[in-house]
Design a protein around this ligand. Structure first.
Ligand code: ACO
Length: 467
C-alpha cells in the first residue's frame, strides 16, 4: 500500500508529560461537523502485480482513513487488524482524541474546559444532543433525568438473589440487563422519542442500581433517590445516607463527584463503547446493549484498572519498594504491568489524568486527608516512571484511572465500587454512541471477518480410527 498517512511517531526522550492543561492548537474553531469527503486514493498492488485505487476519506480533524469497504466485494481481500489499532469502525461526531498531543474534546469542547466550567448534566446533554443546552433546555433535561431515577419496585427483588459478597460489577451487568425485561415492548428503537426516553431512563436509573448494589453489599437498606438533589449529590446520598439520621452532603465532594462523572463520560470508540455499538447493531434492546458495555468495561485492561491501581499501590506499600515494581513492569518474563499507566490512544499525558490529579489534591485537602500515604506513593511512582527510559520510550503515561481511585477511596467508596462509578458516568457516552449509530443511515450489523489459520477440508474419521 502506498501513500497511507502514518501517525507522527515521537522520539524516545525524557519525559514529555504535561500534567497541566496543554495549549496545543488542534483545531480551527471555525471547523463544523461535516460528512467525510473522499479526496484522494491510495494505490494497492496485489501479488500478481495488479493495482487498484482505494479512496481516502477526510473527516473534520484527525487522521484521514482509507476506505476499504469495497475491498472484499471488488477485490476479494480482507484487511487484518487485530485489536483495531488502525481501523475506524464508524464515523462519529461526538468525541475527538489526539493521542499524540494528549487532547480530548466532546463536540469540539476541550475536556479541561468542560471539567472546569460545566457540570455533568450539561455534558450529558452535549453528548446526546450535540450542543450545550440553553438555560431552559438544561432545566428540562435535568427534570427529565431526575424523574426517571426511581426503579420499578420489582427490580429491587433482583438484588436479594445475589450473595452479599458478589462483585458489584457482576450485579450491575445483571440488573442493568434486567431493565430490558421491564422496558422491552415500550422500546421501539426506530422511534426517536422512544430512543430518547430509553436514553434518559438509562442515565437516570444506572446510578440508582449502582447505589443499591453498594447498599446490598454492606447490608444496609436501599436509599431511594431524592428529586431536590443534583445528579452527583443524589448519587452520594443514595450511597452514604442511612434512614437513622440526616445525611449532610459535602459540596466539595459533590463537586469532585460531578467532575469524575464528566471525565469518564465518553471516550470515542473504546472497547466498551464498541461493544455497545456491536451489540446495538443487531437491533438489540438498548438496556441489554448497555449491560454488554458494562461487562466489557469490567476488565482490568479497561475500566477495571482504577480498582487494580489501588490494589497495586497497596501491594507496593512503601516508596522504597517502587524500584522493585518498576523492574517487574519492565520485565518480559513478568505479567505485571503498572496499572493506571499506558493507553492505546494516548502517547502523551491523558488530559483527564491531569484534571483528576488536581481534583485529588483538592478533595484530600477538603477532607483533611492531605497526608494520605497512597497519594504520596502514587506521586512518587509517577515521578519515577516518567523518568524511566522504558516508560519514556514506550510513551507510557498515567491514564484517567491512576488518580481516580485515591479520590474515590477518600470519599468513602470501597475499591470494588470504583469500576461501577466509571460505568455510571460512561452510560451517557454509551447511550449517545448507540443513538448516533441507530440514526446513521449507513449503519449495518457489525460483522468483522478473519484470517483463517485452521485445517483445510478433511474427511470425517470414525471414532475407532482416531488416535
Ligand atoms: N506497564 C508496563 N508496560 C506496559 C504497560 C504498563 N502499564 N502498558 C503497556 N506496556 C508495554 C507493553 O508491555 C508493550 O511493550 P513491548 O512493545 O516492549 O512488548 C508496549 O507497552 C505496548 O503495550 P500494548 O499492550 O501493546 O498496548 P495496548 O495499546 O494494547 O494496551 C493498555 C493499552 C491495555 C491500556 C495497556 O497500556 C495496559 O495494560 N495498561 C495498564 C492497564 C490500564 O491502566 N488500563 C486502563 C486504560 S484507560 C481506560 O480504559 C479507562
Amino acid at each position: 500500500m502506498a501513500k497511507t498517512k502514518a501517525p507522527a511517531k515521537g522520539k524516545a526522550k525524557k519525559s514529555t508529560a504535561k500534567p497541566a492543561a496543554t495549549k496545543i492548537k488542534v483545531a480551527d474553531s471555525k471547523i463544523t461537523p461535516q460528512a467525510p469527503k473522499a479526496y484522494a486514493a491510495v494505490t494497492v498492488k496485489d501479488p500478481k502485480g495488479q493495482t487498484w485505487d482505494l479512496p481516502v476519506l477526510k473527516g473534520t480533524i484527525g487522521p484521514d482513513v482509507v476506505d476499504v469497504r469495497k475491498l472484499y466485494t471488488e477485490h476479494g481481500l480482507f484487511t487484518y487488524d487485530p485489536g483495531y489499532g488502525s481501523t475506524g469502525s464508524t464515523q462519529s461526531a461526538i468525541t475527538y482524541i489526539d493521542g499524540e498531543e494528549g487532547v480530548l474534546m466532546h463536540r469540539g469542547y476541550r475536556i479541561e474546559e468542560l471539567a472546569e466550567k460545566s457540570d455533568f448534566m450539561e455534558v450529558c446533554y452535549l453528548l446526546l444532543e450535540g450542543e450545550l443546552p440553553n438555560a431552559k433546555q438544561k432545566k428540562q433535561f435535568e427534570k427529565d433525568i431526575t424523574y426517571h431515577t426511581m426503579l420499578h419496585e420489582q427490580i429491587t427483588r433482583f438484588f436479594s438473589g445475589f450473595r452479599r459478597d458478589a462483585h458489584p460489577m457482576a450485579v450491575m451487568v445483571s440488573v442493568v440487563g434486567a431493565l430490558s425485561a421491564f422496558y422491552h415492548d415500550s422500546t421501539d428503537i426506530h422511534d426517536p422519542r422512544q430512543r430518547m426516553i430509553a436514553s434518559h431512563r438509562l442515565i437516570a436509573k444506572v446510578p440508582t442500581i449502582a447505589a443499591m448494589a453498594y447498599k446490598y453489599s454492606v447490608g444496609q437498606p436501599f436509599i431511594y433517590p431524592r428529586n431536590h438533589l443534583s445528579y452527583a449529590e443524589n448519587f452520594l446520598y443514595m450511597h452514604f445516607a442511612v434512614p437513622a439520621e440526616d445525611y449532610e452532603i459535602n459540596p466539595v465532594v459533590a463537586k469532585a463527584m460531578d467532575r469524575i462523572f464528566i471525565l469518564h463520560a465518553d471516550h470515542e470508540q473504546n472497547a466498551s463503547t464498541s461493544t455497545v455499538r456491536i451489540a446495538g447493531s443487531s437491533g438489540a434492546n438498548p438496556f441489554a446493549c448497555i449491560a454488554a458495555g458494562i461487562a466489557c468495561l469490567w476488565g482490568p485492561a479497561h475500566g477495571g484498572a482504577n480498582e487494580a491501581v489501588l490494589s497495586m499501590l497497596r501491594e507496593i506499600g512503601s516508596k522504597d519498594r517502587i524500584p522493585e515494581f518498576i523492574k517487574r513492569a519492565k520485565s518480559k518474563d513478568d505479567n505485571f504491568r503498572l496499572m493506571g499507566f499506558g493507553h492505546r490512544v494516548y502517547k502523551n499525558y491523558d488530559p483527564r489524568a491531569s484534571v483528576m490529579r488536581q481534583s485529588c489534591h483538592e478533595v484530600l485537602d477538603a477532607l483533611g486527608k492531605r497526608d494520605e500515604p497512597l497519594l504520596e506513593l502514587a506521586m512518587e511512582l509517577e515521578r519515577i516512571a516518567l523518568e524511566d527510559d522504558y516508560f519514556v520510550s514506550h510513551k507510557l503515561f498515567p491514564n484517567v484511572d491512576f488518580y481516580s481511585g485515591i479520590i474515590l477511596q477518600a470519599i468513602g467508596f470501597p475499591t470494588s465500587m470504583f469500576t461501577v462509578l466509571f460505568a455510571v458516568a460512561r452510560t451517557v457516552g454509551w447511550v449517545a454512541q448507540w443513538k448516533e449509530m441507530i440514526e446513521d443511515p449507513t449503519q449495518r450489523i457489525g460483522r468483522p471477518r478473519q484470517l483463517y489459520t485452521g485445517y483445510g477440508e478433511r474427511p470425517y474419521l470414525p471414532i475407532e480410527k482416531r488416535k
